[in-house]
Design a protein around this ligand. Sequence first.
Ligand SMILES: Cc1cc2nc3c(=O)[nH]c(=O)nc-3n(C[C@H](O)[C@H](O)[C@H](O)COP(=O)(O)OP(=O)(O)OC[C@H]3O[C@@H](n4cnc5c(N)ncnc54)[C@H](O)[C@@H]3O)c2cc1C
Length: 426
Amino acid sequence: MQRDDSGTVMDTGRIISRRGVFASGAALGAAAMIAGQRAVLPRAASAGDTPPQPPRHGSALVPMHPRVDQITDLKVCIRPFRAAGPRLDVERIGNKIVFHNYGHGGSGWSLSWGSANLVVGNVAATLNRKVAVIGCGIVGLTAALTAQRAGFDVTIYARDLLPHTRSVRANGSWTPDSRIALTQTAAPGFADQWEQMARFSWATYRTYLGLPGAPIMFEDNYILSDTSFENQHPTPAPSEAPGAMPRVSEDFARYSGRIRDIVPAAEDVPPAENPFAAPHARRRSLMIYNFGAYGHLLLSEFHQAGGRIVIREFHSPHDLTTLPEKVIINCPGYAAREWWRDDSLVPVRGQTAWLPPRPDAPYGLVYRGAALLSKTDGVMIQAFDLDGLGEMTGVGNSLEHPDPAEAARAIGVFADLFARMPAAAG
Ligand SMILES: Cc1cc2nc3c(=O)[nH]c(=O)nc-3n(C[C@H](O)[C@H](O)[C@H](O)COP(=O)(O)OP(=O)(O)OC[C@H]3O[C@@H](n4cnc5c(N)ncnc54)[C@H](O)[C@@H]3O)c2cc1C
């Protein structure tokens, strides 16, 4: 049994037949608002094109035929996993009040707004108007924007800005409970806190839909399987006391069931409508993040609201005492393990291969431990579980060197899938 970064369960069985015919088928409420400040609303980064439209169900889908010689980039990222869930507590360093906001595992994009909402709600209680944000990955940038929207005067201090951070080496879709905590190690109230973060994030992301350049959009995502979804491998039991490290996939917490009322459900694709050479298919409408358009939009919003960015590297918590701001939101991601000496962070390596964009084929696939998303900034192919390890894939691995062989295997999954389509399809 496998899960992609979105927690989708699928089987790892072998091909059993050739099928299908292509083309036939609130912590941050009023209390946190400082009077007289203008709310910063999402705006388009640039005028122009209409967002790509997902294909209508049952209409023709264009095959993609991905090839290794089409790779434009290989990106390796480390998920900042903490067994207890993200670090959101407060600490004093000298005369500074440091609000932590890091350790979001494989869910940093998805939970970013909700996490920022919780943290900024606490920051508001300090009654300081000037705030420093450490880090400009997706967690730091959304925290900075959320603080601005609450009326704070914000300066970001970071070694790298969003387009050059680990964040943009992710998959980039709605995966709010991917390696976010361990069921038995998370604090008793964490599930409720997670739900609050997920709901707030979802609502905020919805305000970025339908904009020029499609920073955020929905895409049809097909989950394919060689065996029936009902007859998949039995679920192994979780470990009795996993502590800080997961031992089996089932140790990871699952909370998605709590927000079923707002996230589109997957539906079975009837055999007559299944265009793929895999006998079983499910389709869901998946929210995806187009890193280029979305990142540019967020940085533009931050600057337009008067935010300042200082490029700076910190080497120890003590360095923060030299900042002019008394209140600090700390969003360094996995790097907290190095300079904050936070050993509770466990690296979970992941890699994505990027191929040229395919606006003519706006759909995604999950099959045999690999995932494909067709985004405005490229076709992303990820090997999330080629060896049947489930969510244990990459756990404890902090190597950030690209692995071309891994990329080739993942691309091969889809090349093989499309090659098994009838010739008329290609
Ligand atoms: C393969 C893969 C796929 C993923 N897919 C998804 C997905 O589909 N959906 C999802 O929600 N999540 C996904 N994730 C998880 C997501 O990428 C992370 O949770 C997220 O990027 C964490 O963001 P961050 O801002 O905390 O950290 P980072 O992006 O690492 O940003 C940290 C910031 O802090 C700065 N910084 C760090 N140390 C210092 C220092 N000493 N001095 C100054 N500045 C410093 C950095 O320069 C940077 O600006 C995926 C992860 C991987 C590996």
